[in-house]
Write a protein that binds this ligand. Structure first.
Ligand code: ATP
Ligand code: MG
Length: 569
């Protein structure tokens, strides 16, 4: 295509609102344009990349036997009420009314619609297992839309749903989707890891993996073992119980209250008392489904709220505010401790193993020392309630765990009968018995993937698209469009490449060479061909976006180079 007439509004300045490299570069490169927070237009070259990604997804989903369809974005609230998610989904669900005041929602996901669809259209086990998918705009009124396409409020998702009559069949579809996702992300050039993930307290039966693009900007922490291949989201990663040393040496020393005026935080305690955070029993108060609950963990650890929620079977959990703490415990925030609490107390394994700890005294400006778990407070409800720390032992082997940041680009999930129960989706089995459909769901953040790729493929000058998703393969740049020889050679080459099936963008703009080269680096097409002074000898300059050197070659040699990656297809 000819750049002169294309809508590629490149910018020299860095957009003020953009923090992530991918966000800055995609706006500066003329790939996307914001309309409102988390809502973007895909400009022509951004759309081309998106279509490339979609094409890879379609090929691989079709290869796995999934069928593409398209469901409505506008969904009756009634369906969401039947699945009991209308309330639970909260403010993320965009709600609207039609002219007759009937309630609707804009689909953030499609479990409800697809379950009702298959319920009403599949009447026999003979058509099962079946997997359907769509690539569609989703709507979520995210609390913090940010980083451009990484967290949008209107975004593109590939969502697939599988239906089966038995669990073995779900297992095999799940495995097939897991492998399909590996192929999709590999073809997109992404560096990624599949990790065990948390199914959520309302997440149905269970097994779930997330596909994480490795990147420092990622919001998730990937916990991985370099030896045995164990990999999990930090939310899910199991904390190994450290072996308890000999029996408590100080259990015959009684605990003792002492003054700690104004000392509220772990850091302050460590500093003021000269003790280690590992010897402090930190106690926090939460509200779980409206009820106060306390948790004691070691001072150097973080509470894992999802682990708490699972244990409690709670649907909501949040830290209590100061007033609630005062009311529930009778003591002030900053001085809460596990002794004599009037509410239920969860105790993390590592806190239960402290032999003589320091803890809050539930009295302003006081702590207690020589606290012995099990003697001074109950350790009836002990469990794994914390995040693992980098360098701890892997739960599967003895090596040390490493942490990485990850962007969740895909998610595979065994739903079981969560939705078929609620929406009464049944079919007749081989014995003629009505049986609930067993479901799986499989999402890919298509637009998020675009950003994730840019996060992994860029330098100071701009994007460096992997060839498989690049908007064009070749950027043809005649240095001066006033020069007849250059233009002639550029036009000939342009036609030749197009006839060979190569996607070419020709910079036929009347711009200075410096501007053209800067834009070319920003846009990031894998191969640049510059037609300059030596065009009268039939010589062009070939440069790959990933190399700093350009090489002079004849037109024939350049074409040969360009075709090389396609030689095996
Ligand atoms: P997150 O934890 O990032 O909010 P999620 O668990 O809500 O993701 P799913 O409901 O599993 O996401 O959606 C499937 C996929 O859609 C995700 O794996 C992710 O790649 C993508 N996705 C989810 N929310 C957004 C968003 N706001 N913007 C862009 N992509 C998104
Ligand atoms: Mg989300």
């Amino acid at each position: 295509m000819r750049q002169r007439s294309m809508l590629i509004p490149t910018l020299r300045e860095i957009p003020a609102e953009a923090e992530a490299a991918s966000h800055k570069l995609m706006i500066r490169g003329g790939f996307i344009r914001p309309l409102a927070a988390g809502i973007y237009t895909y400009l022509p070259i951004g759309w081309r990349v998106l279509r490339k990604i979609e094409h890879i997804i379609r090929e691989e989903m079709d290869r796995a036997g999934a069928q593409e369809l398209l469901m409505p974005a506008m969904q009756p609230a009634e369906l969401w009420k039947q699945s009991e998610r209308y309330g639970v989904y909260g403010p993320e669900l965009i709600r609207l009314h039609d002219r007759n005041q009937r309630e609707f929602a804009l689909g953030p996901t499609h479990e409800e619609v697809v379950t009702a669809l298959i319920r009403d259209t599949v009447s026999s086990y003979r058509s099962l297992p079946m997997t359907v998918y769509q690539i569609q705009t989703k709507f979520r009124d995210e609390r913090r839309p940010r980083f451009g396409l990484l967290r949008g409020r209107e975004f593109m998702m590939k969502d697939a749903y599988s239906f089966a009559i038995d669990w073995e069949s779900l297992d095999s579809t799940y495995q097939s989707m897991y492998e399909t996702y590996h192929r999709i992300f590999t073809r997109c050039g992404l560096h990624f890891r599949a990790v065990e993930a948390d199914a959520g307290s309302i997440g149905g039966e269970g097994e779930t993996h997330e596909f994480m693009a490795l990147s420092d900007i990622g919001e998730d922490t990937v916990v991985a073992c370099p030896s045995c291949g164990y990999a999990a989201n930090l939310e899910k990663a199991v904390a190994l119980q450290q072996k308890q040393e000999s029996a408590s040496p100080s259990s015959n020393v009684l605990c003792e209250k002492f003054a700690t005026p104004g000392i509220k935080t772990i850091e302050q305690l460590v500093h003021a008392l000269g003790i280690k955070a590992e010897a402090i029993i930190k106690t926090l108060v939460y509200i779980a489904d409206g009820q106060p609950i306390a948790i004691a963990i070691r001072g150097d650890h973080e509470v894992n709220e999802l682990k708490m929620m699972h244990w409690l079977r709670a649907e909501s959990l949040e830290l209590a505010d100061e007033q609630t703490i005062q009311q529930a415990v009778g003591g002030p925030a900053g001085f809460i401790g596990p002794i004599g609490l009037p509410i239920k107390l969860l105790v993390d394994h590592s806190a239960a193993q402290i032999t003589a700890g320091t803890a809050g005294a539930n009295t302003t400006d006081y702590h207690v020392r020589n606290v012995v778990p099990g003697r001074d407070f109950s350790i009836e409800h002990v469990g794994d309630f914390r995040n693992v720390k980098e360098g701890e032992s892997c739960p599967q082997c003895s090596d040390r765990l490493k942490f990485y940041r990850g962007i969740e680009v895909g998610h595979v999930f065994k739903l079981g009968t969560k939705y078929s129960d609620k929406l009464k989706a049944e079919t007749a089995d081989a014995a003629g018995q009505q049986t609930k459909l067993i479901m799986g769901c499989y999402g890919i953040g298509v637009s998020r993937l675009l950003s994730a790729i840019v996060e992994q493929y860029h330098d100071e000058q701009g994007i460096r698209w992997p060839a498989s998703v690049a908007p064009f393969q070749v950027h043809l740049i005649p240095v001066s469009i006033q020069d007849e020889t250059q233009i002639h050679l550029a036009e000939t080459l342009y036609q030749k490449l197009i006839n060979l099936g190569i996607e070419v963008l020709m910079d036929d703009r009347e711009e200075r060479p410096g501007v053209k080269f800067k834009d070319a680096d920003l846009i990031g097409i894998p191969i640049r061909l510059v037609i300059g002074k030596k065009s009268n000898e039939g010589i062009v300059e070939y440069k790959s976006r990933t190399s700093s050197e350009s090489v002079e070659m004849t037109v024939a040699e350049a074409i040969e180079h360009i075709l090389k990656p396609f030689a095996h297809e």
